[in-house]
Ligand binder design. Structure first.
Ligand code: SF4
Length: 311
């Protein structure tokens, strides 16, 4: 190699790096646009945020809540309506919780925030026998505290960072283990009837939040500090969905679409459809039973050209 070939190799490597950097920048820009579009769409579709709202953005320190706050701030800056976002974190005094991370981050961001410190960790440890799952008591305590904080901060809405994959997981968990066709709603009143709970990430897929968190280098706080085992059933359902996603691309999108296309007459809940008093009308009904025909699924009905796979 002489200096001519050395120079050429260096120039080629630099050109490759520049090309790669440009590609990453373009992909990141597309990701940001997609996140904003999906969050904005969910807000519009479910009328999540209205003029004058004070929204308490619940921050756990995980990638999802960082992503939610980040995107909500971007949307707020260009929204045609006026509303407030207040970030709130509950420091539950779990061992090793880095108490300065979130306040520092939120301070630098310049967003109004509140850190509530309540030692629920000791209460839970005290009440639950070793080896038993602590999550149910822990989350009940957390809910009560967050309601109290929302009241004190005069917030009327609570934004939670659950995304599309959390919603699908919950749907299957309820079907498999609770015998219910019930998911995780994008918007619902809180169980005490006092607040509106919203999930602005309802249309966002988890892998996009992972990529966004990497890009933004969020100071993520580990969620294992309490030492509790991750819910085994949720983990299994999560693995099942990931497996399906790999084997049958598009299946999760189709399943998520189905949550928005419920046909009560083709289920079996007498509360939703009055089977007992059903009477024939003599008129054709496209939603009526096709009796002897096999079920057929039209590809045209599915989003994005998703193929039906017969198993
Ligand atoms: S994982 Fe830990 S912090 Fe989360 S609900 Fe369970 S006990 Fe509480």
């Amino acid at each position: 190699m002489n200096s001519w070939t050395d120079d050429t190799a260096t120039l080629e490597a630099q050109a490759l790096d520049a090309k790669q950097a440009l590609k990453i920048e373009r992909e990141t820009h597309k990701l940001e646009k997609r996140l904003c579009r999906q969050v904005g769409q969910a807000i519009v579709d479910f009328n999540m945020i209205e003029e004058g709202d004070r929204v308490m953005v619940c921050m756990s320190g995980g990638k999802d809540s960082y992503g939610m706050l980040d995107i909500l701030l971007k949307l707020k800056a260009r929204a045609p309506i006026d509303f407030e976002l207040i970030a709130v974190n509950l420091d539950q005094k779990q061992p090793g919780f880095p108490a300065e991370v979130l306040p520092n981050y939120l301070q630098n961001l310049g967003v109004p925030f509140h850190i509530e410190t309540q030692d629920t960790y000791s209460i839970v440890k005290d009440k639950i026998a070793p080896g038993k799952t602590m999550c149910s008591l822990c989350s009940r305590l957390r809910r009560g505290i967050l309601y109290k904080v929302a009241r004190e901060l005069k917030c009327n809405k609570l934004a939670l960072g659950h995304h599309r994959d959390d919603m699908l997981q919950t749907f299957f968990l309820n079907m498999f283990f609770a015998g219910k066709l019930k998911g995780m709603p994008p918007k619902l009143t809180s169980d005490n009837g006092e607040f509106m709970v919203i999930r602005p990430l309802a249309y966002v897929v988890e892998r996009d939040l992972v990529r966004w968190a990497e890009h933004r280098a969020f100071p993520i706080i580990p969620c294992t500090l309490c030492g509790s085992q991750e819910n085994l059933q949720r983990k299994q359902v999560g693995n099942m969905l990931r497996e399906w996603d790999k084997k049958f691309p598009g299946r999760l999108e189709t399943m998520f679409t189905s949550l928005q296309n419920v046909v009560p007459s083709h289920l079996m809940d007498g509360e939703l459809f009055d089977f007992k008093h059903l009477a024939t009308t003599g008129l054709p009904d496209e939603n009526g039973d096709t009796a002897f025909d096999e079920e057929s699924f039209s590809v045209a009905q599915l989003p994005g050209g998703v193929q039906v796979v017969t198993l």
